[in-house]
Design a protein around this ligand. Structure first.
Ligand SMILES: Cc1cc2nc3c(=O)[nH]c(=O)nc-3n(C[C@H](O)[C@H](O)[C@H](O)COP(=O)(O)OP(=O)(O)OC[C@H]3O[C@@H](n4cnc5c(N)ncnc54)[C@H](O)[C@@H]3O)c2cc1C
Length: 534
């Protein structure tokens, strides 16, 4: 007979079958798809600095800073104790550690300081690694990087601000934010009500509000406001007349202060032509959209590596999870998506090095739509691989899932991006042609891809002149374009097992609807083995 009576003072159980944390792992060395893409997209010269970034990003110290910055949310201090406005956000020291780390690694500026081919790609790899520590900190890093091409339309303003914005020095440098979204509209910025009154000395007095303004501790902001000739873009310095109303209580990116601000006569300097505000700020928007793709790819990589790590160290029903066929299918499917996203993000970054503006603009819209959309379901499935451990706040998955939808909303929500693709087809058809040519370069290598490519022209033609019908079908067509691009890229230059599984699982009628539905015959073991080179 078993003695079941608890003994006073004795241990109830031993802790077994729990994984060790995925820490003190070099995130770059562990990430074969990223290493391959870095070389392939002409940034092999940056391998040492990207590896250094991967070592720090994967360290237990960095992980703890990431967790602490999330736990200790920013606090708004509107007034000092005497009642003067101070409009300051108190940020945890771990936030500063993280942001300093990004700035010192030039993640906010590398391509503007180093014009070697592949500089945008090298920066994309750094961004993909650092974002895995904390997604919130990526926001000011991305906005500062993206502001430079917009600022360059005005050589005087660029000469004044670019040296500070690109300096890899956290104390002496500066950061740039953006303020477009108002209460009545974020996608439709032409509805902005903020006014810009000419002051007579070449500057403007800005009066109005912004409903979202992230990292309000930036030194400057690109702001949209209505000037006499219409919606215009302004450079606004934080200072008198720039008041922070409150901080958003957000689902995710809690380390990041996102605020509501009031402009009470703050001085603005016109950037670009009056009335051409959208055309001026679009350069910034396009670069931040690239970062939404990189950020989503980074989240997927974080998710699949945690999932594979857990499955490797956890057993159920007498066998490690990583040996059980149903789990292998889930992990392989997550890995295929993550590899496709990483390869695509770095290919897209290379377009920013190469300067085919039509292709870059079109591809960014298509891929921002698709990769950001895929990220949230990916995070949820990766979380489930950790079972109940995935659902608790002490682990890394809850924050990953909360952060995942943001890139899909920011800088163009799903519908807005899908409609932007339609607009780009009409206005710059050469972008679509270059995009299709890149997909066609893979023709002949995989029958499933060929069939998918064959189906594209008729579905594009069916969009026709009917605006209602085109908008109705926009998401489906953009999805097909994105799948064509990713499949073609993998077939041409990816790992053959991954390319095969991508085509088998995502093209044609056989495609599964959730992750873990790859058909039989794919080399899932090899795909999963590639996940963790650690
Ligand atoms: C964490 C966070 C940080 C942010 N930081 C900043 C910042 O620093 N600066 C800044 O300016 N903004 C910022 N934003 C705002 C963000 O860019 C906007 O929320 C976004 O652009 C969407 O605008 P909106 O919220 O007004 O939604 P809306 O424009 O009202 O859109 C609502 C929904 O309608 C859809 N929709 C819109 N138009 C159409 C159409 N024609 N047809 C069909 N569907 C349509 C959209 O896709 C969306 O799903 C931030 C947002 C978040 C969540």
């Amino acid at each position: 007979m078993t003695d079941v009576a608890p003994r006073p003072g004795s241990a109830t159980h031993e802790v077994t079958n729990q994984p060790v944390p995925f820490e003190d792992v070099n995130l770059f060395d562990a990430d074969l798809p990223l290493r391959e893409a870095l070389e392939r997209e002409q940034a092999g010269w940056a391998v040492d600095r990207v590896r250094e970034c991967g070592a720090v990003a994967g360290s237990a110290e960095a992980r703890e800073h990431g967790r602490r910055a999330e736990r200790n949310a920013p606090r708004l201090l509107t007034h000092d104790r005497y009642g003067h406005r101070i409009d300051t956000v108190e940020l945890d020291p771990s936030w500063h550690w993280l942001l300093r780390g990004a700035v010192e690694r030039e993640i906010h500026s590398l391509p503007w300081r180093d014009d070697r081919p592949g500089a945008h790609v090298a920066r994309a790899a750094l961004m993909a690694l650092w974002s895995q520590v904390n997604a919130g900190v990526s926001c000011p890093v991305s906005m500062t990087y993206s502001a430079i091409p917009a600022l360059r339309v005005d050589p005087a303003l660029a000469a004044e601000w670019e040296p500070r914005l690109t300096l890899p020095d956290y104390e002496r440098g500066a950061l740039c934010g953006m303020a477009m979204t108002e209460k009545q509209g974020g996608s439709d910025v032409r509805a902005n009500t903020t006014l810009a009154h000419p002051s007579g000395d070449g500057t403007y007095e800005i009066v109005g509000h912004k409903w979202f303004c992230s990292h309000p501790m930036c030194e400057i902001f690109l702001v949209l406001a209505q000037a006499p000739a219409g919606l215009s873009c302004f450079v606004v310095e934080r200072g008198p007349g720039f008041e922070i109303q409150r901080l958003k209580d957000k689902l995710g990116t809690r380390s990041l202060a996102s605020s509501e601000v009031e402009f009470r006569g703050v001085a603005g300097r016109l950037l670009g032509e009056e009335g051409r505000g959208v055309a001026t700020i679009i350069e910034m928007v396009t670069h931040t959209r690239l970062d939404c793709v990189i950020g989503s790819a980074s989240g997927m990589r974080a998710g699949v590596s945690q999932a594979a790590w857990h499955a490797r160290h956890r057993s159920a029903f007498g066998r490690p999870l990583i040996e059980q066929p149903a789990m292998v299918n889930v992990l392989a499917d997550l890995a295929v998506e993550s590899e496709a996203a990483t390869a695509t993000a770095l290919r897209l970054a290379r377009m920013y090095d190469e300067g085919d503006r039509g292709l870059r603009r079109f591809a960014t819209a298509v891929l921002k739509y698709w990769i950001c959309k895929r990220a949230t379901a990916h995070a949820a499935e990766a979380l489930e691989c950790l079972g109940g451990n995935g659902y608790v706040e002490e682990g890394p998955m809850a924050v990953l899932l909360r952060d995942a939808p943001l890139n899909g909303i920011w800088e163009g929500s799903g519908n807005v991006m899908a409609l932007d693709v339609l607009r780009a087809m009409g206005r710059e058809p050469e972008g679509l042609q270059a995009f299709l040519a890149e997909c066609e370069a893979a023709r002949g290598a995989d029958a499933r891809l060929d069939a998918h490519l064959d189906a594209l022209p008729p579905s594009l033609a069916a969009l026709g002149e009917d605006s209602h019908g085109a908008q109705w079908s926009a998401r489906r067509v953009v999805e097909d374009l994105a799948l064509a691009f990713q499949a073609a890229l993998l077939v041409r230059v990816g790992e053959p097992a991954v390319a095969d599984a991508f085509c088998a699982g995502r093209l044609g009628e056989a495609r599964g609807r959730v992750y873990g539905t790859l058909p039989g015959g794919v080399d899932a073991r090899q795909i999963v083995e590639r996940v963790l080179n650690a």
